[in-house]
Design a protein. Structure first.
Length: 135
């Protein structure tokens, strides 16, 4: 027997999947800012066994992130990269080196989003089973 609560819960889950699909589509079509680390590589951080490439939607958000890093006097260099290129080219390159990777958009902000290395977000060659179940 279906209850109103189950129906609402299912609708909410469907809405969340739809909202994420819209966000992913916008990210793929948008140029984002990817800072360099002090060694000239793309800024990334490891968390939960995944290397997260840090990308920012605008200079203001990147500036807040840079300020939070507390590296006075450091000049921040960044690249402008299409979101699709990060997901379709850079993430698989890291995966080919044995490093699961995803993209963290606007890290440290209230509007941040994660694009993990899972089916439907990155190419199949870069997909990692983060949940321990088989695909």
């Amino acid at each position: 027997m279906r209850t109103e609560e189950t129906t609402t819960s299912e609708r909410t889950a469907a809405e969340a999947r739809h909202d994420f699909a819209v966000l992913l589509g916008e990210f793929r079509r948008t140029a984002v800012l990817v800072p360099e680390d002090p060694h000239g590589a793309l800024w990334s951080a490891e968390h939960g066994g995944v290397r997260w490439i840090c990308a920012f939607s605008n200079e203001e958000t990147l500036a807040r992130f840079a300020h939070a890093q507390a590296e006075p006097g450091r000049e921040w260099t960044y690249h402008t990269v299409l979101g699709a290129r990060l997901l379709d080219v850079l993430v698989p390159k890291l995966a080919a080196l044995g490093t699961p990777a995803g993209v963290a958009l606007d890290a440290g902000s209230a509007d941040g989003a994660l694009f993990p290395p899972v089916e439907g977000i990155v190419p199949d060659a870069a997909v990692v089973d983060l949940g321990g179940s088989e695909r």
